[in-house]
Ligand binder design. Sequence first.
Ligand code: GLN
Ligand code: ZN
Length: 757
Amino acid sequence: MVTTHNLGFPRIGKNRELKFSLEAYWRGETSLVDLEKTAQDLRQTHWLSQQHLDWVPVGDFSFYDHVLDTSLLVGNLPKRSDARLGDVDRYFQAARGQSSKNLEQTPIAAAEMTKWFDTNYHYMVPEFDQDTQFQLHAERYLAQYQEAVNQGVNAKPVLLGPVSYLWLGKAKDDIDKLALLDSLLPVYEQLLIALADAGAEWVQIDEPILATELGSDWQHALTQAYFSLHKTPVKLLLASYFGPLRENLNLACELATAGLHIDAINAADEFVNVVDWLPPHKVLSLGVINGRNIWKTDLNSTLDKLEPIHQRLGDRLWLAPSCSLLHVPVDLEQETTLDTEIRNWLAFANQKLNELSILAQALSSGRQAVAEELNANAEAILSRQHSKRVHKKAVQTRLENISSDMAQRQQPYSERVGLQQKQFVLPLFPTTTIGSFPQTPAIRQSRRLFKKGELDQQRYHADMKAQIELAIREQEAVGLDVLVHGEAERNDMVEYFGEQLEGYIFSRLGWVQSYGSRCVKPPIIFGDIERPQAMTVDWINYAQSLTDKPVKGMLTGPVTMLNWSFVRDDQPRSVTCQQLALAIRDEVQDLEQAGVKIIQIDEAALREGLPLRQNDWQTYLDWAVFSFKLSANGVANETQIHTHMCYSEFNDIIESIAAMDADVITIETSRSDMELLDVFNAFDYPNEIGPGVYDIHSPNIPSVASICQLMEKAAQRIPPERLWVNPDCGLKTRQWTEVKPALEAMVNAARQLRLDV
Ligand code: GLN
Ligand code: ZN
């Protein structure tokens, strides 16, 4: 027999029930009882849809985030949270913070949020300081276990392992996080004993740090942790995922656990080694179904690999998705309007678990037992492999003919800058914005009706042009130097372009949790990318026709398009990225042809694509930067290329940022008090920079003085003639009543700065 199990199920609900229930509760419209009821219903539904598995995950459900759940479980919610609140409200307070309702109250800061390994999911960072003590708070966790048992589920509790928990946290007071392990382990031990008492046989314990580069201290901590947890009466299945184990492979095999799960998708060439290394008493769980993408698994070729392993391991072989299914949408069944040919190539969470059962049956009873399913799968795989919509000769020929000079500007920045200055005659400290202006209810309504077919194209275009005109008039009134059209026609910076490119498809309900109640619906890149026609030229042309000031063309870059989409698994990411780059390159050149002199190519997600291991960073950065340059650099010296990145960590990638060779880069800096520019300074970053002078996430209007102060700090680090003045990011989430005075302050500050120089 082959055992099947799942590492975790998406918790948001196939119609985002959890999101809506959470938000209603936070708005005070519903009670905690209502929220708990929704959560219970979701768990029940999710367990039901997994009951064909041998082991079903329990404890993977979360109101907000599983790392924050762990903090609650081990009694380590941030201390500043209000102790008078109940557990759930304290938990939400830690997640979301609390603004002060009156003057006596001090606001309570939310815990920090950061990326969960190399995914687009974000977790709440645990906090440690010299007073940190742990204490088990297992009531909710154990209650869920009981709930599952009562429902007749073969429950396998899931926990974030103690060493990864510490690794993911942030230590204050200069303490050594690892020193906390000794006091954390007893809490885990107690919990495991309580689970055993409640009847649990297997417990899945996740140590995703096994797929990262670990110092010997962390490796040793793992040894120590499992040496002591092993003594509890449960069987531990240690789970690693998201990447290969590499130098941690022996360690993972030898840790004192009853079983090991590995990501057989991202560590495909390792699993034979693991089979060799694994001690004979251990179970090996192979994550052979990709938990990070939405493609059907090639079941027959997977079986080709699994059958010999099954022969060697027999009952010791378990099968699972590569990682928790948190990162994929719930159910393809709902996608009734999706192109049927492409739909037949896809699998969401429910479908993936079904694939798992087919594989297990084929191994246990022979392929003929599931011949029909395997044939249908083979047909789908073949249809995708041979589809003309996926593989396009013209795109491939273009790709083969990419040469390195296509990614190179004609002259270096030092030569271009003079030509550009002559053309634009911009003042010192030129002012601009990042692209979007407020997305008002009227704009959203218009776009929605147009999409539904209830507003004809003519009316819709008239609406959008009116918005562009408004944006231009406002910018002129404020006195900005370089204008934008405002992006009213864009719902989302990736979706807008994806919808106009061939090779992209959009699901209706393919939501994936990003953090808390926030979800994203990543577009799906299924085939070779082609741009049938210009995507932005008419809008920018129209905007430019209204003013004598230069209007920036506004595009999303290839790396961001890639990193915020579900991508193909039949070619390297780098190849898909180059295809996107060629499509954007065509748009850049069309804009230039149309007389647009400044073109901004946003790469908001460039950093997000960094691989798990630092060893692999350079390879990624090389092709990512090349793709950006391929998209941007097919222009004349006089054309000014801008890029925008909204994050504040450049230390470790500054060389690649400089290699992008954008004439101007705008970045988020206001919250770092311009210290972020130190690294640009230290690196002698040669081109122009627009450090954000105010935080667009806040409704606060910056003062002229605060902007001047920030810019003076900037000028201590970057020569003034290379500085621009702009907000941190786009303004689409703000209101005009906030935007106008903020930009006025910005323009006034720039004027003052010019006088002072
Ligand atoms: N041009 C985009 C905007 O202003 C950039 C958004 C982003 O960086 N996330 O909205
Ligand atoms: Zn931004």
